[in-house]
Design a protein. Structure first.
Length: 115
């Protein structure tokens, strides 16, 4: 059974940094795309960043230059380094694995950025 467990969310002041982790288990994910989405209160879930199976990286315009996605294939883990955080980054951050036609989601981790 595939499981995704996020961690690293916290309360941080504007301008600060956080590193989120998403550990995937159940099988290997080296051939899958892994990424991060977020959902702020009253808003729809939105794409943040993705790491493709062949090491490509993609970012939403709103986080380019501030966030970095990375991946440890041996540990089945994807990370999101978030720098220069802004209050508008406040959201629940979700990890997603895209495996063929299937999507797997984690339970989310709360990131709150105070001004």
């Amino acid at each position: 059974q595939v499981q995704l467990v996020e961690s690293g969310g916290d309360l941080v002041q504007a301008g600060g940094s956080l590193r989120l982790s998403c550990a995937a288990s159940g099988r290997t994910f080296s051939s899958d795309n892994m990424g991060w989405y977020r959902q702020a209160p009253g808003k729809e879930r939105e794409f943040v960043a993705a790491s493709s199976w062949n090491s490509g990286t993609f970012y939403a315009d709103s986080v380019k230059g501030r966030f970095t996605i990375s991946r440890d294939y041996a540990k089945n883990t994807v990370y999101l380094q978030m720098n220069s955080l802004k209050p508008e980054d406040t959201a629940i951050y979700y990890c997603k694995v895209q495996s063929g036609m299937l999507d797997y989601w984690g339970q989310g981790t709360q990131v709150t950025v105070s001004s």
